[in-house]
Design a binder for this molecule. Structure first.
Ligand SMILES: [Cu+2]
Length: 249
């Protein structure tokens, strides 16, 4: 059993609970903002929905750290729920690829920070004590450590294939493919070089070719294409701008 002894306040200055800031909720929101901005730095370009949401969480987090009336806690929780619902397809795609730490860990940490916000709001509204909050922090930290180790181990196990003579190179860099690539018709090998910390996929229209490109690795895929122009692209949600045309002659 522990005793929580607080210094006595002078008469007339006792702050109602809801006027005190909530460090767990406010801090977690600021952490989300930092992760969203970090993700865009890793991507090498601004991702408008993430930039807008990052700005919203900075404001909410900053205010919640100072004051945490009920209505604000409820707004915090609703904003988090809206983001979680809206980003489900992106989260699912990134969480399915632990071998690509840039996207996997960013997604895990954002998800954990969001769950901490929700847990913090519930605990605060129910008037829970410091011990319950500490348990949330310890639980979240433990999951974060396990996810980090698991992702780094999975990334180290990825086979990366060196480019060989005659291979046609197609690189993804800052989540972009080259807009045009030329190659001969018939048997050939594509060397797909992923320079990003995120995973990508490589598909060619009108064929059943689909390859996964783990982060910071390269893979060789054999193809046999008739002359013509084919669109190639990445089908990871949010990577719609990753496409180019393969001119087969
Ligand atoms: Cu992609």
């Amino acid at each position: 059993m522990s005793l929580n002894v607080e210094a006595p306040r002078p008469m007339g200055t006792a702050a109602p609970t809801e006027l005190r800031g909530d460090r767990l909720v406010g801090g977690s929101l600021l952490l989300v903002a930092a992760l969203l901005f970090g993700l865009q730095i890793l991507a090498g370009h601004v991702i408008p929905p993430l930039a807008i949401f990052g700005a919203v969480t900075v404001v909410l987090g900053g205010v919640t750290l100072r004051r945490s009336p009920r209505w604000l806690l409820i707004v915090d929780a609703l904003v988090v729920l809206v983001y979680l619902v809206g980003s489900t397809p992106f989260m699912a795609a990134n969480l399915a690829h632990p071998e690509s730490p840039g996207s996997f860990l960013a997604e895990v940490f954002i998800l954990l920070a969001f769950l901490t916000v929700l847990a913090g709001v519930v605990l605060r509204l129910r008037g829970a004590g410091a011990l319950a909050r500490r348990r949330v922090v310890v639980g979240v930290a433990a999951v974060a450590v396990v996810a980090t180790i698991g992702s780094l181990v999975a990334a180290a196990a990825v086979d990366t294939e060196a480019r060989q003579d005659g291979d046609i190179a197609i690189a993804s860099d800052r989540s972009l493919f080259p807009s045009e690539v030329e190659m001969p018709a018939g048997d050939a090998v594509l060397w797909l070089d992923n320079r990003d910390p995120f995973h990508h996929t490589f598909l060619i229209d009108d064929t059943d070719i689909r390859a996964v490109m783990p982060a910071s690795s390269s893979v060789r895929i054999p193809v046999d294409l008739a002359p013509g122009s084919y669109r190639f692209w990445c089908d990871v949600p949010g990577h719609e701008s990753m496409e180019g045309v393969l001119h087969v002659r």
